[in-house]
Write a protein that binds this ligand. Structure first.
Ligand code: 3PG
Length: 384
């Protein structure tokens, strides 16, 4: 990728504006999963250790964009968590307050960028204001780089200098490795809706050797084959598209599934052609993967996105757990991405065994689909 790296810029005595993705789940004023914060720390520490003053900005959730503080979306819990992790004092300001400061503190965080009118429309005036907060911008928010917002794209255009942070660079390198090494490559795609993954399936089926489907995505293909699927989660409007996918020899649909007439009751194992009208598919049966063991063992690269069943329920987590374990036993380079996938990998006890886990959901999918990411494109444009 042709963008400047953090190692190429002079940070000493500079005020560095850092765009991180600190969009983390918060309950009762506390961060309940600090993964994105932890993964942002190497860049933060690098900048602090270089002797710069650090100004961090991020969005959190999807608040109303009205220049008004909304407590539910405040970054305060993130700032508290970060202070604990760094063991350093962090000052916290809203944008207007920070702009009035006479002396820039060593480390500060600016309140949720999505409170500011003009963030989502990538407004030039807001982008210029944000660019004015530092001598240079470090873009590290890979997970938000698919949004052309003032704090991810516009700010880079108006900054004196811009470079990629360590996390953004690491993400792009790991995901590019999967995209570029197409020999013996396998994608495993699950999740609820085929409509959200159709372009991903299309683009991966051009570059990868095998695509194993599960979850609601597979249900729609099982229905498109003409099977009775009872009350299974199926997207009727996607049946014609699903029928086309069935013609693709790279696509593998499970033939054994776990069904039940009630998600709170244990399921029964059945072939996909013997589902009753009052039943729904809640999981792929682990037996369905028996003949895929060799494919996965010999894979060069494996991409995983989306659980294969209703994995939150103990009765229906076996398919997802089985595939997660198979991925980790393979010698292939494995990459997983997306919030649900990470939760499923955690439940299967394999999170630390995957070769790379992306912090991104939407940006991960868009990158794998081959779409350009505005936050990354702005960095590339800056050096051209
Ligand atoms: C994410 O969680 O995927 C990123 O933080 C982007 O959030 P968004 O989908 O609200 O833009």
């Amino acid at each position: 990728m042709q963008y400047k790296s953090l190692y190429e810029v002079d940070l000493s005595n500079k005020t560095v504006l850092l765009r991180s993705d600190l969009n983390t789940p918060i309950e009762n004023g506390l961060v309940v999963n600090n993964e994105r914060i932890l993964r942002s720390l190497p860049t933060l520490n690098f900048i602090i250790d270089a002797g710069a003053r650090l100004v961090i900005m991020s969005h959190l959730g999807r608040p109303e964009e009205n220049d008004i503080f909304q407590e539910e979306f405040s970054l305060l819990p993130v700032v508290n968590e970060m202070e604990n992790l760094l063991n350093k004092k962090i000052m916290f300001y809203n944008l207007g307050e920070f702009e009035k400061l006479d002396k820039i503190p060593k480390i500060s965080v600016i309140e949720n960028t999505r409170f500011c009118i003009g963030e989502k429309s990538n407004d030039n005036d807001l982008s210029k204001r944000l660019a004015g907060l530092g001598d240079l911008i470090v873009m590290d928010a890979f997970a938000t780089s698919h949004r052309a917002h003032a704090s991810t794209a516009g700010v880079i255009t108006f900054s004196n200098e811009a470079c990629a942070g360590l996390l953004l660079d690491e993400e792009l390198n790991a995901l590019s490795k999967v995209k570029e090494n197409s020999k013996n490559s396998v994608a495993i795609l699950g999740g609820a809706k085929i409509s959200t993954k159709l372009s991903l399936i299309d683009s991966l089926s051009k570059s990868m050797d095998k695509i194993i489907l599960g979850g609601g995505i597979a249900n729609t293909l099982i229905a498109a084959k003409g099977n009775e699927v009872g009350k299974s989660l199926v997207e009727e409007s996607m049946l014609p598209e699903a029928e086309k996918l069935l013609e693709n020899p790279k696509i593998i649909v499970p033939h054994l599934v776990i069904v039940s007439d009630n998600p709170d009751k244990p399921g029964r194992l059945t072939s996909i052609d013997s589902i009753e009208k009052n039943e729904a598919i809640f999981d792929v049966s682990p037996e369905s993967f028996a003949d895929l063991e060799t494919v996965l063992m010999n894979a060069g690269t494996i991409l995983w996105n989306g659980p294969l069943g209703f994995f939150e329920k103990e009765n229906f987590d076996k398919g997802t757990i089985k595939i997660a374990k198979m991925i980790c036993s393979s010698k292939g380079f494995s990459v997983a991405g997306g919030g649900d996938t990470i939760a499923a990998a955690q439940k299967a006890g394999v999170l630390g065994k995957l070769d790379y886990v992306s912090t991104a959901g939407g940006a991960f999918l868009e990158f794998m689909e081959g779409k350009k990411l505005p936050g990354v494109e702005a960095l590339i444009d800056k050096v051209n």
